[in-house]
Design a binder for this molecule. Structure first.
Ligand SMILES: NC(=O)c1ccc[n+]([C@@H]2O[C@H](COP(=O)([O-])OP(=O)(O)OC[C@H]3O[C@@H](n4cnc5c(N)ncnc54)[C@H](OP(=O)(O)O)[C@@H]3O)[C@@H](O)[C@H]2O)c1
Length: 304
């Protein structure tokens, strides 16, 4: 794989979810690539998330076909989703429409129009009892969100050859307008509150947005079919993540409290350990960056 991944000179990339949290990182990385880029924002975007981005409602199949004919992609990176656990639980019909039906529609368009489809999925397709999860582990979601993403994966894989890229917990400062959990932690650390409980017994292999974006783009550019796990190099609890952020900022008494996920009532069970085994991705893309949390913090939040 060369410096610009596996792109072909004629590649036209369509990115969905430009207005989300991951979207702006994907746009930044794609703008460095030798491709023609068309970005679709969600339907609620009042201003384009990046120059030239257009709002397209994925729940409206006719609008999707019209916008597809304008974009004429050779590669589609599908990062739009109903990605909020609570909203998927409250509105399963919307989760099905966006995470499953719209994904199947994109897969059919890609198949019939000769484009390669790469979809982003999540570690939440697993139940957390058998980590670390290899790419061939059987999904067993505990949440409506995880269930809809697992069904979206199946819909895409059953339709035709595609890349299903499961991402671990994403972290890092926001690049677009939408704050992430990391931004909330950062704000609490900088202002001294409000206090936040962080789980000591929920483990992930967190990966920063920029590294995840590069991983997704490398796999999409190579048209790497099948299931891929893109997680970070360390297994960390949310408590460790917050504590290391506080240490990095030199804050001795952070407004964080260690709590057990079992002590907080939740409408759906929370998986204990969703660590992803990312070996297959690392073997295919050994030059794709893979920084530790300390390296990401030094890069994104340099301390004088
Ligand atoms: N964040 C994480 O920690 C994480 C971890 C693992 C995997 N993932 C996966 O990574 C991908 C990106 O996640 P994210 O955190 O960037 O999600 P996000 O911030 O919630 O963004 C979701 C994007 O989907 C768009 N969207 C929602 N409904 C739509 C519709 N009907 N038509 C068109 N677009 C629509 C949103 O548009 P609006 O601007 O209109 O809302 C937004 O651009 C998802 O596949 C998610 O499952 C995320």
């Amino acid at each position: 794989m060369g410096a610009h991944g596996g792109w072909h000179p004629e590649d036209r990339v369509l990115l969905t979810g430009g207005s989300g949290r991951l979207g702006p990182y994907l746009v930044r990385e794609l703008r460095r690539s030798p491709v023609v880029l068309q970005v679709w924002d969600g339907p609620t975007a009042s201003v384009p998330s990046s120059p030239g981005a257009v709002p397209v409602d994925l729940a409206d199949p006719a609008a999707v076909v019209r916008a597809w004919q304008v974009a004429r992609p050779t590669v589609v990176i599908h990062a739009a989703a109903l990605a909020t656990v609570d909203v998927c639980l409250k509105d399963p019909a919307r989760a099905e429409a966006i995470n499953v039906t719209a994904t199947r529609h994109l897969a059919r368009l890609a198949l019939h129009m000769g484009a390669h489809l790469a979809i982003t999925s999540t570690d939440m397709v697993f139940d957390g009892t058998r980590a670390p999860y290899a790419v061939d582990a059987a999904p067993q979601p505990l949440s409506a969100y995880g269930g809809s993403k697992a069904a979206g994966e199946r819909a895409a894989l059953e339709t035709g050859p595609c890349s299903v890229i499961r991402l671990a917990l994403l972290y890092g400062p926001r690049l677009g307008t939408r704050p992430s959990f990391f931004d909330t932690q950062l704000a609490a650390l900088r202002s001294g509150g409000p206090r936040m409980g962080l789980f000591t017994d929920e483990w992930r292999t967190p990966i920063d947005y920029a590294t995840a974006a590069r991983g997704v783009i490398d796999l999409a550019s190579l048209r790497a079919t099948g299931i891929w796990h893109v997680g970070g190099p360390e297994r960390l609890s949310r408590w460790e993540l917050g504590s290391r952020l506080a240490d990095h900022l030199g804050i001795d008494h952070p407004p964080f409290d260690p709590v057990s996920r079992l002590s907080i009532p939740a409408p759906e069970p929370r998986p204990a350990d969703l660590s992803l085994d990312s070996h297959a991705w690392r073997e295919l893309c050994p030059h794709s960056p893979w920084p530790t949390l300390a390296e990401v913090l030094a890069r994104d939040l340099p301390q004088s």
